[in-house]
Ligand binder design. Sequence first.
Ligand code: PHE
Length: 334
Amino acid sequence: AAYEQEITAFTPENIEELEQYRIKFLGTKGIVKALFGEMKNVPNDRKKDFGQVLNRFKLLAEDRYAAFEDLKNTGAKGAANVDGTLPASPLRLGTRHPISLVRNKIIRIFERLGFSIAEGPEIEDDWHNFTALNLPENHPARDMQDTFYVSRNPDWMLRTHTSSVQVRVMEEGKLPIRIICPGRVYRNETISARAHCFFHQVEGLYIAENVSFADLKQTLYHFVQELFGADTRIRFRPSYFPFTEPSAEMDISCFICGGVGCNVCKHTGWVEILGCGMVHPNLLRNCGIDPDKYTGFAFGMGIERITMLKYQIKDLRLFSENDTRFLSQFEGAV
Ligand code: PHE
């Protein structure tokens, strides 16, 4: 009880007094430790009561110490000396990465059209990354995407596109399908201002009855108007992908110069932003979907490319270098 009184009355004037208190009550040779050491001499039937009293005493001693702990930081006497009206030191928030910003924008546009998000593994097997997508073994188009294989087993690889996720969703067999697949993909390319060994994609897939190329066009037209502005026009150029037939690459009118000609569009007035097409019937068959009943469209775009266009970033490597001089330029962007 005498100690309790001493503790409650304790009001240190300076750090030294506080430290003396700590040594006396809370130190390794202090009173609290010593009392706990007495436990072994207490008869068993009184141990419980004694322990409770001790614990309460220990907390009391610790709380009193904690109440004056800011003496150590400020040298001042307790909370009474803190000026609560002073402005706090600024709290630097991080910024969203530009790739995340653009990915979220893309996702939000397609979500409003009723697309849901599908994700899948980054380490894929040959079936989901290639074979099911109408790229059987020895198909020359496999060379279009320089693949990283995982270990010596050629059946395992880092996915080269998120089309593998589309295969997984098609295999589940729940129709209609309306998904977008955002995610990181890997290709064995020399790192430069325009290429990297990994990048990010958003691919889309819509499969239902009577889906036509007109649906594809209208969906993508709406998309670019939302992302790049209402004046944006689109054009399709015939192309080739093993998983779509017919296939196309889509350009948008240059949103910098409006099509007149500038450095971004290299004075053509157009910039390419994605590949697309009608889902090849072989794919549907591979995934157990009846191609006589269902048709679909698919598209795929690189987020880095779109981000570079949108923010006029000239070097792809900036995205993965974590240089805060670059990243902080996106402060406050959502
Ligand atoms: N998977 C293609 C790529 O990664 C993109 C694509 C998707 C093209 C769907 C057409 C249709 O390059």
